[in-house]
Design a protein around this ligand. Structure first.
Ligand SMILES: CC[C@H](C)[C@H](NC(=O)[C@H](C)NC(=O)[C@@H](CCSC)NC[C@@H](N)Cc1ccccc1)C(=O)O
Length: 331
């Protein structure tokens, strides 16, 4: 079996949403595929009105295939301190023609203001590893873990694009979606994330390759690229107008600064992925400014190095749960 679904970026590529069908008859919601968490949760009719702001709600009572998991609950907190919690139903879920008939759908009773404010986002499909699923008293499998046994191949792939729709594929690798070879790196899933080690980085085409290993997670649900302080300093040190601006909470530089270099990160076997300098001028700090907030920021605040969408949209990535490895290719 296999599946394929289009993902669409919101403005500034802040997140990528995909259509998902839940229940019978199908209720379609736009969800955020998040490899940095492992709960499948949705805005639902259980929420207080004050927490809803235009989102599409999953109504388990309108689904003939929904069964409440009595006595089960969930509560999740994210790195940005946002959170959500609620009840659990088993129901049928289809993503890109791939159906899981008994998915644990976590119906929100409460969401933090960040989620309420994001009116296009109806919830998250966590595709990290199930060991960090928050459902109590017994944790539940992710959508991918439920689908995996029936797939042609135990992989899903992410093709995120800058300012354009891309695709998530399940169960197969589309050889037309990338160039060159796929370099595979081992994943350590013990903390539930797609954790891997990059052998190093290079700033611009002329810079030397820095053999400093970078331990981090591949997280489709995080917008920016959060790297160790030393890497940020090496990169921003090459941009004439760059500075750390405490009032903005990060590095900023003139959006059209012609000294902005590309950023390369190693994936192994001498292969590097090139992030165009233009991706790193993430967004104007305000409409009248000529300065941009950097797409690469320090990971010191979060405590994790996160290869977020800024990096992922420069590559074609294979999340190989069957072999616990990540595949990286240019595209
Ligand atoms: C360290 C962060 C918290 C507190 C930690 N939670 C996590 O690691 C959770 C599972 N993952 C996350 O908070 C992050 C990874 C942080 S680094 C470990 N990924 C998911 C995040 N991008 C999801 C999101 C998407 C859209 C809007 C907001 C949030 C915990 O529960 O202990």
């Amino acid at each position: 079996d296999r599946g394929s679904v289009q993902n669409s970026p919101k403005s500034y590529d802040v997140e990528y949403l995909m259509p998902v069908s839940l229940g019978t008859p199908a209720q379609q919601l736009n969800l955020d595929l998040d490899t940095g968490s492992s709960d499948f949760w949705v805005f639902s009719t259980l929420l207080k009105e004050s927490m809803i702001n235009g989102q599409t709600l999953y109504d388990p009572n309108a689904s003939t295939t929904a069964d409440k998991m009595e006595g089960y609950s969930w509560k999740i907190t994210y790195g940005d301190q946002s959170y959500s919690s609620g009840d659990v139903y088993v129901d049928t879920v289809t993503i890109g023609d791939l159906t899981v008939s008994t998915q644990a759908v976590e119906a929100a009773r409460e969401v933090s203001e960040e989620f309420t404010a994001d009116s296009d986002n109806d919830g998250l499909v966590g595709l990290g590893f199930g060991i960090i699923n928050t459902v109590m008293p017994y944790k539940q499998k992710t959508f991918f873990e439920k689908a995996m046994p029936g797939l042609d191949s135990p992989v899903f792939t992410a093709d995120l694009k800058s300012g354009a729709p891309g695709r998530y594929n399940f169960g197969y690798i589309d050889d037309g979606a990338y160039t060159g070879n796929i370099t595979y790196v081992p994943v350590n899933s013990s903390d539930g994330f797609w954790s891997w080690v990059s052998p190093g980085f290079q700033v611009g085409t002329t810079g030397s390759f820095n053999n400093t290993r970078i331990h981090g997670i591949a997280d489709t649900g995080t917008t920016l690229l959060l790297l160790p302080e030393g890497v940020c300093e090496a990169f921003y040190g090459r941009i004439a107008s760059a500075k750390y601006d405490a009032s903005q909470g990060g590095y900023t530089f003139e959006c059209n600064d012609s000294t902005t270099p590309d950023f390369y990160f190693g994936t192994g076997n001498g292969q590097m992925i090139r992030i165009p300098g233009s991706y790193l001028a993430y967004s104007k700090i305000d409409t009248s400014s000529l300065r941009c907030f950097g797409g690469m920021q320090s990971d010191s605040g979060v405590g994790f190095t996160i290869w977020g969408d800024i990096a992922l949209k420069a590559a074609f990535i294979v999340f190989d749960q069957g072999s616990e490895r990540l595949g990286w290719a240019e595209k």
